[in-house]
Structures are given as C-alpha cells and as structure tokens.
Design a protein around this ligand. Structure first.
Ligand SMILES: C[S@@+](CC[C@H](N)C(=O)[O-])C[C@H]1O[C@@H](n2cnc3c(N)ncnc32)[C@H](O)[C@@H]1O
Length: 208
C-alpha cells in the first residue's frame, strides 16, 4: 500500500484542480471535485472555529490544506508517507511565503511520534488504513479533532470497489456512524455528520 501512495499522492492535487482523469467523467467528476473542495473548505472553517494555533495534518499529501491553514497564521505539522508529496508541499509553502509556519515530515503516521498541538486534522488519510484506533487514541490528547471517513453502504462504494480491484487503487475502509462513534469513544463532544459519501467527524473539547 505504502509504495502505491509514494507515487499516487502527487496525483491527488489534480483532483482538486480538475485535471485528473476521474474529473473528466461526466457528473461523477464534478461530484468528486465538489466534494473534495467542500471537505477542504469545511476543514478550514473548523480551523477558524476552534481558533487553532498549532495543528497536525495527517496524510497531508502535497499540502493543499496545510498551506491554506498556515496562511491563516496557524503552525502546521504535516505528515505523509510519500516523500514526493512532502517535497511538493514544502515547495508550495515556500512559494506562499509561509515556510516558517509549515513543518512537513515524510513519515508513516502509524509509527511516528507527534508533537503536542491544539488539533489534529485528517482529510482522507485515515480511511486508507486498516486499523485507525491507535492513531485516533493518540490524538485524543489534543484539544480538538477533525476527520472525514468514508461511509459504508454508499453508492460510491461500487466505484471505489472497481477502482481498488480493477485499477489496483489503494485499499479503502468504510464506516457506519455507530462504528465511528465507537472509534471516538475517548473523545468528548463528538459530532458525526453525513456529507455525501463520507462522515465528517469533529470533536471540540472546549471552545476558546
Ligand atoms: C487521499 S490522499 C489525501 C491527501 C490530502 N490530505 C488532501 O486532502 O489533499 C491520502 C494521503 O494519505 C497518505 N498516506 C496514506 N497512508 C499513510 C500513512 N500510513 N502515513 C502517512 N501518510 C499516509 C497518502 O500518501 C496520501 O497523500
């Protein structure tokens, strides 16, 4: 799985811009792109809502969210298994003039040690891991958490299945609302909200 991500993580940028081949599929492409950009906007709104000063971005990819969050003045620690994606993320931060606020690490989030932060963000990384409970439990020491996990029993899973099996895409794990509530049992004020093919999970331990 990790080898696949080392190359594919870079292509993920093209989904946001609409250059990826999936984006050319009528209806589906527009749907996918709008859902991704909506996820990004929601996460950025959450950054504002919790008045975050220092955050972790799990599976930050090429830094799309990390750089936008840092432009708000937040210190971001982004982790990704793909060295190629990490290099692009660092370059984006440099171009945006916010390298002093962005710290990018080529690392496996299941084994790395994390710094203390206000909040952890997961924009579509955890759903690719077979066992996410240890990462989620580790993050419970932070004040707040924001995650997006793929929904079980959604029509998009048929396409996900095809992508995984036929196109040899990355394995993907889906969840019910109840399963997510179980995974986040160590957290307080957990809010699980359906957003199209995914669940947005947020936990605000206290508001500033
Ligand atoms: C769907 S992409 C999302 C990228 C980014 N969060 C975004 O929204 O643009 C998932 C990312 O998780 C990363 N990833 C997958 N498994 C990982 C692991 N065990 N440790 C760190 N990163 C991982 C991949 O390399 C990829 O960049």
């Amino acid at each position: 799985m990790n080898n696949t991500w080392r190359d594919r993580a870079v292509q993920f940028d093209h989904l946001y811009t609409g250059e990826a081949f999936e984006c050319n599929i009528p209806y589906f492409g527009t749907y996918l792109r709008s859902k991704l950009n909506q996820r990004l906007e929601n996460a950025l709104r959450f950054v504002d809502f919790i008045h975050a000063q220092k955050i972790i971005d799990l599976g930050c990819g090429t830094g799309t969210f990390a750089v936008k969050a840092a432009l708000k003045g937040v210190e971001v620690h982004g982790y990704d298994i793909s060295g190629k994606a990490i290099k692009i993320a660092a370059l984006k931060a440099e171009k945006a003039g916010i390298s002093d606020l962005c710290f990018f690490y080529e690392a496996d989030i299941t084994t790395v040690d994390f710094p203390d932060v206000d909040a952890w963000f997961d924009l579509g990384c955890l759903q690719y891991l077979p066992d996410i409970s240890s990462v989620i439990n580790k993050a419970s020491t932070a004040r707040d958490f924001y995650s997006c996990l793929a929904m079980k029993y959604h029509w998009l899973n048929v396409i996900r299945f095809f992508y995984r099996r036929v196109l040899k895409g990355n394995p993907y794990y889906t969840y019910t609302k109840k399963e997510i509530q179980g995974l986040f049992s160590l957290y307080t004020n957990v809010h699980v909200e359906r957003d199209g093919p995914q669940f947005c999970v947020s936990s605000v331990q206290f508001k500033v």
